[in-house]
Design a protein around this ligand. Structure first.
Ligand SMILES: Cc1ncc(COP(=O)(O)O)c(C=O)c1O
Length: 216
């Protein structure tokens, strides 16, 4: 099993195992927007298979060099790694606060927004989710996005174009409508700010702006 843990560094799953350690190979992204991000574009592959490790060491230097995770990026990541758990805790606190604020706002009850599910929340397991994104499902998503942009609140869609509709997979002849649930998700979801330094006042501002959008 190859785990794509690109957005999930620090997450624990079920048995408390950190993602990236359950399969034969685990992949992590250190792209700048990730929880542990470098200054540009790099990543890491881990494995507990010595033969694969040897092979991957060869593959990481195509053409004789690796110019992505260079020493500068490694130095940045080395320092940032010390803060990762602390940043994760803040993201989790922010997620908890959003959950409270959204429930108090009545938007969830009215069905305007749907919160991300946190399956193990009630079991008391920590680190079940590290919130690289805090993704809502929202009614009139595109209009909401435009409204929030006007108010200076950044949002994103992860991801607007689904695999089966990507140019590079055109040869598979998949059509729009072929994966209705994925397509619905791509049309309804919106990621709102969740980064560790986000303040309570900023989160209240985000929720109030969403309330005022649906109140219009
Ligand atoms: C789930 C997932 N897999 C893979 C990637 C690719 O990571 P990278 O940009 O480091 O190649 C991303 C990047 O956003 C991702 O979210």
């Amino acid at each position: 099993m190859i785990e794509d843990a690109a957005q999930a560094i620090g997450t624990e799953y079920k048995d408390g195992k950190r993602v990236g350690s359950s399969g034969t190979i685990g992949c992590f992204s250190f792209f700048s927007s990730k929880n542990l991000g470098c200054l540009r574009d790099c990543g890491m592959v881990v494995t507990n298979d010595p033969d694969l490790a040897e092979r991957m060491k060869v593959l990481r230097v195509p053409g004789g060099g690796n110019f992505r995770l260079d020493t500068m990026q490694a130095a940045v990541l080395n320092v940032k790694l010390n803060y990762l758990d602390q940043w994760t805790n803040r993201r989790q606190e922010n997620a908890d606060r959003y959950e409270r604020l959204f429930r108090q706002s009545g938007l969830v009850q009215k069905g305007n927004v749907q919160l991300p599910e946190t399956v193990y929340r009630s079991s008391g397991v920590k680190h079940y989710h590290i919130y690289n994104q805090f993704v809502l499902r929202a009614e009139k998503r595109d209009a909401l996005m435009a409204y929030l942009k006007q108010k200076g609140i950044g949002t994103e869609i992860y991801y607007p174009v689904l695999f089966h509709l990507q140019e590079c997979f055109r040869y598979l002849n998949c059509k729009e409508g072929g994966f209705p649930e994925s397509e619905r998700a791509a049309n309804e979801t919106i990621a709102i700010p969740i980064y560790p330094e986000l303040t309570q006042a900023q989160q209240e501002e985000v929720v109030e702006a969403i309330v005022s959008f649906y109140g219009k």
